[in-house]
Design a protein around this ligand. Structure first.
Ligand SMILES: *Cc1c(COP(=O)(O)O)cnc(C)c1O
Length: 457
């Protein structure tokens, strides 16, 4: 092999001639392999770790780098965090009915904007509208890209260059990239803050009303609770104030809960129907939180206001695609039979599974690991607490079951689980790796067991 005289690194052409590398060309384009070879050499030049010492090592390094390069960046993972609606892990998994609907619509052409009765152009806004009004009791509905878009569109339509009145207790951050004040500012609305962080009263809103007022805004405290010396104004008490000002009341409701989950111990969150009943002009929510569907922003409310939203040119920029509409329509349709929805919508099924069932699954997994030679002092069944996530039921601690892995280096094991072919996302508590089963689909248990056994081997 001809080597770089200074660094004793081979030339690109030399490595491309190796039998093992030539074999890679059978399944990958030459330009890609060449680029990967170049990057492996560059890596060896710079890395602190020793460069490959022989041809076989070079081939292995190139093959590994090629696999890495060809792998999608968007990959499936197993969510063993116990956070069911994990924003970083894609929030709600879709129901089978939603997946089927996406496939059917994506595979060919569809009635996205076509009216088969008249044979003329239709509107994409008709999809999901009837289901949404039926399920929430609202007059009309519009679907946009996400709840953030719903808020921007609503504010821009009714409060561009005007005042949007909001309580200081609701200027919240929902996730790293969603801060209510920033979103409001981008909509063109002038933020008028009233009240204090912990207490806001009806009079605070009333005093802020003026001829410049465009809208009253109420934001649901999705991801935190406020306790102690606190006061806030419920939506129903804001309704008369908005009417006095002759402006719409915009309610950023967030979670999109469509069912009463109190029989399963999840209490304290209003449903979308309750939110509509409270009387806001428009209620906004996410499609991929408690609703259990695709990422979407759902706006329901008064027909004339929804009409105004549709006519705003921004609605075009924030519109959803056919895949989202297909998945959302199929998910919403499941709610017509609530008992079925709870088992057919994965997020709801996960949240309502009895803890006994999770414990049984955890025992099976421990037995499976034991059969693979994992000692019983390493893998155990434990009671844990899971959370809903996704900015809903912030205080809820749901009884759950997990397998705990007690090893010398939990950090190393956690990283190994994350680094496998199918990453397993776990957490470390009290020096143990915890795999919470509430956020794992039961169909994945065998695969999870195999991945854990491999990481422990
Ligand atoms: C989650 C949430 C949002 C953001 O929703 P996206 O669909 O992620 O844009 C906005 N407002 C509230 C109250 C929320 O809970």
């Amino acid at each position: 092999m001809t080597a770089d005289p200074r660094r004793s690194l081979p030339a690109v052409g030399t490595l491309l001639e190796l039998g093992g590398v030539r074999r890679l060309l059978a399944s990958a384009p030459r330009d890609l392999v060449t680029d990967v070879v170049r990057s492996v050499i560059e890596h060896a030049r710079q890395a602190a770790t020793p460069a490959p010492i022989d041809d076989a090592e070079w081939v292995r390094a190139i093959e590994a780098a090629l696999v890495q390069r060809q792998r999608s960046t968007l990959r499936r993972v197993i969510n063993a965090t116990g956070v069911v609606l994990h924003t970083n892990l894609g929030r709600a998994p879709l129901a089978t009915a939603a997946l089927d609907a996406v496939r059917v619509v994506a595979q060919g052409f569809s009635t996205l904007e076509y009216d088969v009765v008249t044979g003329t152009r239709g509107s994409r806004h008709v999809h999901c509208t009837a289901l949404l009004t039926e399920l929430t009791g609202a007059e009309d509905a519009l679907v946009v890209n996400n709840c953030a878009a719903a808020l921007v569109l609503s504010l821009n339509t009714f409060a561009d260059g005007r005042d949007a009145i909001i309580s200081r207790g609701e200027l919240v951050e929902i996730g790293g990239s969603f801060r209510v004040p920033d979103i409001m500012a981008k909509s063109g609305a002038r933020l008028v803050e009233v009240g204090t962080t912990n207490r806001t009263h009806t009079d605070d809103y009333r005093r802020a009303l003026s001829t410049r007022t465009g809208a009253l805004v109420s934001v649901h405290r999705s991801n935190f609770t406020l306790e102690g010396f606190v006061a806030s104004v419920p939506v129903r008490d804001l309704v008369p104030i908005a009417a006095e000002g002759g402006v719409p009341l915009l309610h950023d409701f967030g979670s999109g809960l469509l069912l009463d989950l109190s029989p399963w111990g999840l209490t304290g969150e209003p449903s979308a129907r309750d939110a509509v009943k409270a009387g806001a002009s428009l209620v906004m929510m996410s499609g991929d939180k408690m609703l259990g569907g695709p990422q979407a922003g759902i706006i329901v409310g008064k027909a004339d206001l929804i009409g105004a939203l549709r006519r705003n040119p921004l609605a075009r920029a924030l519109r959803v695609d056919k895949l989202t509409l297909a998945a959302l329509e199929a998910t919403l349709a499941l709610y017509r039979d609530p008992a079925h929805a709870v088992t057919a919508i994965p997020a709801l099924a996960m949240l309502t599974t009895p803890v006994m069932a999770l414990e049984a699954r955890a025992s099976n997994l421990v037995a499976m690991l034991s059969a693979n030679g994992v000692p019983s002092r390493v893998a155990r069944v434990a009671r844990t607490e899971a959370t809903v996530g996704g900015g809903a039921f912030p205080g809820a601690r749901i009884p759950s079951a997990a397998i705990t892995l007690d090893v010398a280096s939990p950090e190393l094991l956690e990283a190994k689980l994350r680094g496998g072919m199918v990453p397993v996302v776990a957490r470390i508590t009290d020096g143990k790796v915890i795999l919470d089963l509430r956020s794992v689909c039961p169909e994945l248990d065998d695969e999870l067991g195999a991945l854990v056994a491999r990481a422990l081997a």
